[in-house]
Design a protein around this ligand. Sequence first.
Ligand code: AMP
Length: 227
Amino acid sequence: MVVSPLLRAVIMGPPGSGKGTVSARIIKHFGVKHLSSGDLLRDNMQKKTEVGILAKSYIDQGRLIPDDIMTQLMLTELKGLDQYNWLLDGFPRTVAQAEALDKECHVDTVIDLDVPFETIKCRLTARWIHPASGRVYNLEFSPPKVQGIDDITGEPLVQRDDDKPETVSRRLQAYDAQTKPVLEYYREKGLLKSFSGTETNKIWPHIYAFLQTKLPDVSQKNAATPR
Ligand code: AMP
């Protein structure tokens, strides 16, 4: 029996880069445990734990959780995943977090989704809604018959604040400023694997092929056209 070594991977990518889709596919094909810092924080907030209550005050202000709190939370969780392959998502977000992680365990690879900001902006700003009914349109996949107008009522469509170009730009800039040093940190260690492209379905086969050199595909489906 061939025993594959455990994989310790990190996935990084800006909001709208397809990170959720890619992570789900990695989990499905390679059976790794997925640990998302955002999910873990939301879970703590819902359960109103001490960390959750503290985290809420930062998240509500759009700020990062302090490194020591975040690191302790994630490292405790990782201890329980000792025997498994894992994929970290949303952590580390700062160099201090990356260094703290390094002290506890060896990271094998960092998958970086390198999607042009212009592409992401188009994706994230494509959503328009009709506030009264909640109808959602997507300019790419399900556009209204007349641009900016609800099909049924003829009333104007609006963008959510979060989807407005200026907000999206600000979020992308914040991601860039925060995570560039982390990407550099891993690049210098020779761990960074960047996958560039504008479409998740075109990037995915390259990520799949890369991971197949490290882990067997455990999904039931024929792996010829991995989805
Ligand atoms: P996410 O779902 O990954 O976007 O995380 C939601 C929020 O949780 C972020 O906007 C941060 O405020 C906080 N957060 C998540 N991960 C981290 C982290 N590694 N370090 C600090 N704050 C984090």
